[in-house]
Design a protein around this ligand. Structure first.
Ligand SMILES: *[C@@H]1O[C@H](CO)[C@@H](O)[C@H](O)[C@H]1NC(C)=O
Length: 265
């Protein structure tokens, strides 16, 4: 249990990333959120940032992904303490830097009913804006996967965010992205067997030479391949430690949950 609690507190401080790109050769050249590289929002226009009201003003809190003109997906752990106070949250889109962008107020936050802060299962939430977002070259939606979406081991995907660029590093002021590869579920389970349970609703991804990963501040952000949001940055042991893949919410497992919320909007 101690290990789980330690992991969870790490998580709460931690991780958020988001990004996605069309599947093309430029993906292979990206190698940094840790060891990623700066990316322009026009390449990943589905990437959004959540900002939260504080005594110091509106501060960056997590990444998110645009899925319709009014709906974004993020991690439950990003918004669980704020779900009853949507006015404390804003969505920023269309920017490649931590500040600026088009800012929208939030009408509703749906946190998955079964989300567990102990196991980090069901780590998914939907944020609904008060007004429709205007789509352009820098603001656009990403597809969500069908329930049976095929995700072969080794497939490349792009993760993006404003999180730490090293495990003990500083948060990035510019949007960063990195390619990572889908890890076999059983290999991921055994990597984490002494720390946490990897469940069906989770997806693991890793990259080496140089090691690339999501890190603190990237939580809630997108993992994208083939114009599809396959993952949401959720948690991990450390950052860019190849013994411990990054763990993402497996979006295909939540297709019906997402559809059921979209019809309420
Ligand atoms: C990976 O994580 C383990 C456990 O936290 C740690 O002992 C090891 O030193 C880490 N490796 C690297 C390369 O950071």
């Amino acid at each position: 249990m101690g290990i789980i609690f330690g992991l969870v507190s790490f998580l709460l401080l931690s991780f958020s990333l988001s990004t996605s790109l069309p599947a093309d050769s430029s993906l292979n050249e990206l190698n940094r959120v840790v060891n990623g590289q700066a990316i322009d929002i026009s390449q990943i226009p589905y990437h959004a940032a959540l900002r939260r009201k504080s005594s110091a003003g509106w501060i960056y809190t997590c990444g998110a992904s645009i899925i319709t003109t009014k709906a974004l997906l993020t991690a439950a752990h990003c918004v669980t303490t704020i779900q009853l106070e949507p006015l404390q949250l804003r969505v920023a889109v269309g920017t490649s830097s931590r500040s600026g962008g088009y800012v929208y107020t939030v009408k509703t936050v749906y946190v998955h009913e079964q989300y567990s802060s102990l196991t980090l299962e069901y780590d998914i939430a939907m944020v609904v804006t008060s007004k429709k977002m205007t789509f352009d070259k820098k603001v656009d939606a990403i597809f969500i996967p069908e329930p049976n979406y095929n995700l072969p081991v080794g497939m490349s995907a792009l993760v993006s965010g404003y999180g730490f660029t090293s495990q003990e590093g500083k948060a990035s002021s510019v949007l960063q992205a990195a390619t990572v590869e889908v890890v076999d579920q059983n290999i991921c389970k055994s990597a984490y067997r002494q720390i946490a349970k990897i469940s069906e609703g989770m997806l693991c991804a890793v990259a080496n030479n140089p090691p690339r990963d999501a890190c603190q501040g990237d939580s809630g952000g997108p993992l994208v391949t083939q114009n599809t949001l396959i993952g949401i940055v959720s948690w991990g042991e450390g950052c860019a430690n190849i013994s411990y893949p990054g763990v993402y919410t497996r979006v295909s497992e939540y297709n019906s949950w997402i559809i059921n919320k979209l019809v309420l909007i």
